[in-house]
Design a protein around this ligand. Structure first.
Ligand code: NLE
Ligand code: FE2
Length: 295
């Protein structure tokens, strides 16, 4: 659907300051001028934002709110059956609206008293070091546009549905929030690009696409599965591997498709013991040693 590796449509700023988001020709919004206009305007809000200012508010259209309503309703049912218990507890505490897209500043206001997390605006791709690093300060960079109405069940680009339904419900859990924070501390501690890449891959296979075993079967806790009512129906049929830092930190993945390799953390405790402990203590040397294990 998208070119491989094109996680985010590139955002360009012209000499005259006009912002244009480069949607690939396979993007469902490519031939929709209204959608492209929207993407440009929403990206411009994030680019105009400066640290210290409140999060920009977006005046969402009825069509956009309708996509949120549809996806929220589909996901609410599927989450009850397929989301990890700890994520559902977070969702219960956060109580996101089902009938309209909340503003990110509103989500931040609800999250902050729970776990100290709040959002920062992202126009598109945020450099890895910045994106992960600020997690250590309880900050999460988020996009504000919404997926195209023609493909509501899945998008490879993180959109406001993914950032909020996928991530904020997890960030409302003190246990998940602590894991996000140590991932950020790890990203700040490592110097080499290789080590940063390793930390971010472990994040991908856990907080983005992780699954864990519960009494009544395999459940998803990764935000990328939990924001897609297409992928959430399929994850149990994928190749499920045991949690393993070296494998997670080194295997390649294609962001444009449903993930066909997933790692079962076993339990919340094991996720904390293995991955939380890794992020809390890793450095360039320990990661280089882990990578040497693969040879
Ligand atoms: N695939 C996710 C969804 O459809 O909600 C968004 C991107 C996750 C990295
Ligand atoms: Fe994400």
């Amino acid at each position: 659907m998208f070119e491989e590796g094109q996680y985010f449509a590139p955002v360009n700023t012209g000499a005259d300051g006009t912002v244009s988001v480069e949607l690939g020709e396979n993007h469902p919004g490519f031939a929709d001028p209204e959608y492209r206009e929207r993407r440009n305007a929403i990206a411009a809000l994030a680019l105009d934002w400066e640290p210290g200012q409140p999060m920009p508010a977006v005046s969402y259209t009825d069509t956009e709110h309708e996509i949120w309503r549809l996806v929220s309703a589909e996901l609410a049912v599927k989450h009850q059956a397929l989301a990890a218990h700890e994520y559902l507890e977070g969702a219960e505490r956060l109580k996101l609206p089902a009938d309209h897209i909340p503003q990110l500043h509103e989500v931040s206001e609800s999250l902050e008293p729970l776990t100290g997390f709040s959002y920062l605006p992202a126009a598109g791709l945020v450099p890895l070091r910045e994106f992960y690093g600020v997690l250590a300060d309880g900050k999460f960079h988020a996009t504000q546009y919404i997926r195209h109405h023609s493909v509501p069940l899945y998008t490879p680009e993180p959109d406001v549905i993914h950032e909020v339904i996928g991530h904020a419900n997890a960030l409302a859990s003190p246990r998940f929030a602590a894991l996000y924070r140590v991932a950020g501390e790890a990203a700040r501690r490592v110097h080499s690009e290789d080590a940063l890449e390793f930390v971010s891959r472990v994040f991908w296979f856990t907080l983005e696409f992780g699954v864990m075993s519960e009494k009544d079967g395999l459940k998803a806790y990764g935000a990328g599965i939990l924001s897609s009512y297409g992928e959430i129906d399929e994850f149990r049929g994928m190749e499920i591997m045991p949690l393993d830092l070296v494998t997670m930190g080194t295997i390649d993945y294609d962001i444009t498709k449903y993930q066909d390799h997933l790692f079962d953390a076993g339990s919340m405790e094991r996720l904390e013991d293995v991955v939380g402990e890794f992020w809390a203590t890793c450095d360039d040397d320990s990661i280089a040693r882990l990578k040497a294990d693969t040879r």
